[in-house]
Design a protein. Structure first.
Length: 348
């Protein structure tokens, strides 16, 4: 009887110890810093998250899960902007912009058939769309043959876009269809929106496909953009008709499944961000002046937390909350998801 009681007490002690260890792990580390919990918080566009989470080769971010989405403040709009070859900044330089090619691509992207392909992209692999169409966006309803390469001028169309569009595979999927249908060749350069726009300002892109309204408007105000003729409908941004907004998805807050900050139950995204800061849980920021990073900084500004100036990628500065838990990566979306997956939930 004593042996049975001793065994029972031993089992009970082991259960209590295991439960304590699990609770400690869920909060980042156990008391000795062993058995750390991995998975930092990170803001991502949903498309890139799904392409990493439900990848054909398996889950590439197994320590992370989607915790918060569908907040109106998280809507993520994508726009196309044609670069103006006659921009004053290019005067006296050897910059040549392929305006005919840019127009062909933008119009092709605005065709009903292409829009349907965008709306369906991802459904077969991820059981849901990665992008949604903007109702009432400008469309091209002209003859498809009018978009074909005529055999004169540069055949290559240089597109400067965001890592989030490229990492989802959307452009890779559309590239072959467009080239076969039109005879044009496209060359895609992928970076954060800030760097993508900078490339266009330097004459290294014929068009932009980006997702940061404030930076897009600044680009247009600088005289670098032009309107594309032949599209039907009214511009979604009436004050900036050169900005062709055509699709959207949502930014989503990603983090460890244990969610020690409790962001899943937050009243809104501002409260979710405040909970992360209050607990000092690791947060990986793009830190690259991209559209995602710009959206993240704007969200921090809604929290009422004290923000400080920090240096970010490209020799620029930004604002961020104080604390070593805030990690400014200076990397693209895919790299940041990988970093968050491999980071401790809370620093030791």
């Amino acid at each position: 009887m004593k042996k049975k009681l001793l065994a029972l007490l031993l089992c009970l002690a082991l259960v209590v110890t295991a439960a304590a260890a699990l609770a400690a792990c869920e909060n980042g580390n156990d008391e000795k810093g062993d058995n750390p919990s991995y998975g930092a918080y990170v803001l991502s566009d949903k498309g890139t998250y799904l392409s990493f989470k439900k990848n054909a080769e398996g889950d590439r971010i197994s320590n992370l899960t989607l915790l918060y989405e569908q907040d109106d403040a998280l809507k993520n709009t994508y726009s196309m902007i044609a670069v103006d070859g006659d921009a004053a900044a290019f005067a006296g330089t050897d910059v040549v912009i392929n305006e005919a090619g840019a127009d062909a691509f933008i119009k092709w992207m605005s065709m009903p058939s292409t829009r349907n392909a965008i709306a369906d992209f991802g459904k077969a692999d991820y059981d849901e769309a990665l992008f949604y169409l903007i109702d009432g966006a400008k469309t091209y309803n002209g003859a498809a043959d009018a978009l074909k390469y005529t055999g004169t001028g540069d055949r290559i169309i240089s597109i400067s876009t965001t890592t989030s569009v490229n990492d989802t595979g959307l452009l890779g999927y559309l590239e072959g269809i467009f080239e076969e249908a039109t005879g044009w060749d496209i060359e895609v350069s992928s970076a954060g929106t800030g760097a993508a726009i900078e490339a266009a300002k330097n004459g290294n892109a014929d068009l932009l496909l980006v997702h940061s309204a404030s930076q897009e408007r600044t680009f247009i105000d600088g005289g670098y953009a032009r309107e594309v003729a032949g599209l039907d409908g009214e511009a979604a941004d009436a004050a900036y008709p050169a900005r062709i907004s055509f699709m959207y998805n949502y930014f989503v807050l990603i983090g460890p499944a244990s969610d020690p900050a409790g962001v899943k139950n937050a009243a809104n995204i501002s409260e979710a961000f405040k909970a992360i800061a209050a607990g000092g849980y690791n947060f990986v920021s793009r830190g690259d002046a991209s559209g995602t990073h710009t959206a993240e900084v704007n969200l921090w500004k809604t929290t009422g937390l004290k923000l400080v100036s920090i240096d970010i990628a490209g020799g620029k500065t930004s604002e961020a909350p104080e604390g070593s838990w805030y990690i400014s990566a200076g990397q693209g979306m895919g790299a940041c998801l990988t970093m968050a997956n491999e980071s401790l939930t809370k620093a030791a």
